[in-house]
Write a protein that binds this ligand. Sequence first.
Ligand SMILES: C[S@@+](CC[C@H](N)C(=O)[O-])C[C@H]1O[C@@H](n2cnc3c(N)ncnc32)[C@H](O)[C@@H]1O
Length: 285
Amino acid sequence: MNPNAWWGQGFGFMWIIPLLFFVVFLFFIRGLFGQGPGGSNTSTRSESARKILDELYTRLAQEPDVNFGWGKGKENARQLGYAEAWLNQLPDSVWESAAAVGNPFSLGFIQTGETVVDIGCGAGADACVAALLVGEEGKVFGFDCTPAMVAKATANASACGLAQMAVQKAEMAALPLPDTSADIVISNGAVNLAADKDAVLREVFRILRPAGRLQIADMVRDPSSTDSSCCEKASWADCVSGTLHPEVFLDTLRSAGFIHTELAGFTVYRTSPGTIGALFRAVKP
Ligand SMILES: C[S@@+](CC[C@H](N)C(=O)[O-])C[C@H]1O[C@@H](n2cnc3c(N)ncnc32)[C@H](O)[C@@H]1O
């Protein structure tokens, strides 16, 4: 009998065992690095980061007293320069889940009767402020991907009697609005969370009317930070690793078609030593 015959008599599959171990090992590694957007597989990374993002913002909506490790609520808004009148006029339920990283209203005036769109509106604090500014003749549309945030923002609009404010579940990159339907788009701490920022800013450009304005507060890489690798393995959902360098953010705005693109300044908000709040404005030609 051939001494190697046992390979052909049922033991030939043995080579599969180390292969299986290797495949399991690969999945393990993928799972580990899938949580941080610094990994190499973008789609896996995004799916994993997205799940964490959903859970985090559902929790922020439903358990606003939890300490997430970053500023939120009314006092945070006060530190970012929100007017006392808004902080006092709007009830605590509006502010408790607010996660502002800057004050988009510091970037320009919003007139009575205008149509304002807030992308990544969260529990609706900025949308409520915008609704106060545009008045009953105006309109405010808030969009967020987290159902719990949409529910809370809708309840907040109703509690404030702001019938001019409507909130809907939607992706920032696919807004359910016609072309050239908005006078102004605002956003606060949300664009950095999008997997495809080009698509988001192109979508904002699409819905703005000619001469429409963009006023955004968002987290960016701190250009004065010496640690350029600070953010790659950090949390996407906590507004760290999805951030862009401010110059890249400006380039993305210009690529989308915006003019008068401007980094108006930085805020006091931080999500890590290497990330800082920034204020951007731009105009659609
Ligand atoms: C840091 S919170 C800020 C919320 C709000 N702008 C504020 O100032 O309180 C970011 C929000 O963006 C939403 N968000 C993240 N990615 C989104 C996406 N791709 N489309 C729509 N909303 C998104 C989250 O659900 C969350 O409510």
